[in-house]
Structures are given as C-alpha cells and as structure tokens.
Design a protein around this ligand. Structure first.
Ligand SMILES: [Cu+2]
Length: 179
C-alpha cells in the first residue's frame, strides 16, 4: 500500500510539474520527498514523466549492434512538441562508456521483439510516447548498473538541433508508472 501511495504521489507531482511547464517556466526540482519523474524543456519540445526502469538482472537476447549477454536498461517518457513544425528524436547521448539506441517493439504481444530505428517522429502539436512494451531508449554498458533511487542523465537530440539533457530517476519494477 505504501508503494502504491508513493507512486500516486509521483504521478501527482509529475502532473503538477507538467501544468507549470505548460505556462512556460522551467521546472527541474530534485529531491522532493518522493521519487518524481523527470521533466525538462527546450524550446517547443518538452519531456514529461521521464524515467528509467531498474534492471531486474539477467540479460536479454542478443541484438544487432550490441554485445551478447549484456544487461539492457530502458528509458521512457513522453515528448511533446508545442511547435508548428514536426521534429524527430534522432539520437540519445548516454553517460560515458554507455550506448543508447532508439528501439521500437513489434506489435506482437507474444514475442515483444525489438528493433532499432534511426529516428522517432514528434509531430507538430503532438507527442512521442516511450513506454514499456513499446518504443523506448535502450541503454547498454551502464556501469555500475543503475539501482532504484539513482538517476541516469541522458541528452535527447532532435533533428531540429534541439537538445534536452535531464537526469532520469531509476524506478523499480514494483513502482513503475502505468503510462
Ligand atoms: Cu530495446
């Protein structure tokens, strides 16, 4: 029950920050009593509810371009484009020594096969949603592996040249956001 309440609190803070962000002010505040999801903004682009899923151990299947047997860590969040021009997420800069790829999950509930893509569009006036079971940022080579309570700082790079650098909280599987 306590975990559920903490999660609800985190969502409430994320919603609050999203609302404030919509008014144009920058909102990056860390160390509220509860773990809050990351929010950041660059021009017309903003990230709301950014987070990293704490790896549960073990390694996923071999992926092209990645070392076999390496533990993968996924990052999620929602990007919004308030502008009138379409943009796209083209790369993500991971911490030193680590690698980030943009992945989509094939629409197949049973296999959940991932594949790498060169970019992910953020439509004008629209959003790009990265979520478990769907599109995500896949990180490998993070040392040490992130644990709940840590932050992983990523820089999201867009086709327009916009960049959003933000520390994303690491959330344990038991408290992962539902969206
Ligand atoms: Cu992946």
């Amino acid at each position: 029950m306590r975990e559920v309440r903490r999660l609800l609190g985190a969502v409430a803070v994320a919603v609050l920050l999203t609302t404030v962000g919509a008014c144009g002010s920058s909102t990056t505040t860390n160390d509220v009593q509860i773990t809050q999801l990351a929010n950041a903004k660059s021009g017309d682009l903003s990230l709301t509810s950014g987070w990293v899923l704490e790896p549960e151990g073990g390694s996923m299947a071999d992926m092209p371009g990645m070392s076999a047997g390496e533990t993968m860590v996924a990052a999620y969040g929602i990007f919004q484009n308030a502008g009138v021009k379409a943009d796209a997420l083209t790369s993500v800069v991971a911490p030193d020594g680590a690698t980030a790829q943009l992945h989509v999950t094939k629409d197949d509930a049973t296999s959940g096969t991932m594949s790498r893509v060169a970019s992910l569009s953020v439509p004008a006036g629209g959003q790009l949603t990265l979520k478990p079971g769907g599109t995500h940022v896949m990180l490998t080579g993070l040392k040490p592996l992130p644990k709940a309570g840590d932050h992983v700082t990523l820089t999201f790079v867009f086709r327009s040249g916009a960049r959003i650098t933000v520390p994303l909280p690491v959330i344990p599987p038991s408290e992962r956001p539902s969206s």
